[in-house]
Each structure stands twice: as structure tokens, then as C-alpha cells.
Design a protein around this ligand. Sequence first.
Ligand SMILES: [Zn+2]
Length: 170
Amino acid sequence: MQMILSVNMGPEEYAAKHEEIEFPKIDICPMCKARKRLHRHGSFQRNALPEKNKVLLVRIHRFFCTVCKKTVSLVPSFLVPHFQYTAHFLVGSILGKVETYRELLRFHQKRFLKNLNLIQAFFRDMGFRWSLPEAGKERAIKLAEEIENLGVGSFSLLYHKQHHRSFMAV
Ligand SMILES: [Zn+2]
């Protein structure tokens, strides 16, 4: 399982400082709901791509539940579970603000469109009451702009908490 870890930094800073990050104590297992503190369980490296041609390696820390014997990975909030590109890049590419590959953009747009109704529901729950364009692509742009206004990392974190999935999930 993956959980989003709130970090107020980008991938470069996280890669440099991750040793200093204080990890939250997880007192309730997010998988089996047992009230038993999870143990630290090592870490692994994965790619974080903040730009089209820039690859950074960041460390993902894991916790282990002694009750259900499952592990949970803490994905820093600048990343989206199962995506190598940063959340900022993903939203930026939807808005046409970052350089990307045509096929990759299509794939990212498709995933974003797939989640559009839930993303819209998220903003409605937060009290946003604007009227949105009917057409999927225009609606996607409007919602991507609102994600940027809220802060991509904060959005990703709150969204994951509410829906238990990422805003780019299958
Ligand atoms: Zn458990």
C-alpha cells in the first residue's frame, strides 16, 4: 500500500535532505486498522522526474504492520503513486506549461480525464461552487488550474486522503 507523506519541498530538496525528515508515527494501521504502531521497515529508491529530461533518485520509506504483516510506503507529496513524473509535472503538462512527449501527454490527459468527475467532486466538497465547462478537455483545464491554485502537493495529499486513490489512478 502507498500513503502520501506531506513534505513541503520539491524532489531536489527531498533527495538532499531526506535523512533529516521526521516521519510521522503511524499508530493505526491503514490496511487492517489495528491500533498498533507500525515499525520502520527500510526504504528503497525510485525515480522522480521533475522535467522531461531530468531524472532524480529519491528514497521512499516503508513501514510494517506486525498484525497484518503488510508494508506501507510513504510517497512524498510531490510524487503520485505509480508515476515517475512529479505531480507538478503531471498537472503542468495538462495545462500545456511544461515540455513533454506527445504520447506521454496523451496518456497523462487520458488518466486525468478518467478521474475528472472525482476531482470535480473533491472541489465541490471543499465548497467550490463555480460552473464548469461541459466538454471534458476544457473542464480538465479549469480543474487543473484550480489544482495549481490550491498547490499541487496539498491537493494530491488531500485528494488521496479523501478518495484513497491518486488523482491519476486507473
Ligand atoms: Zn495492519
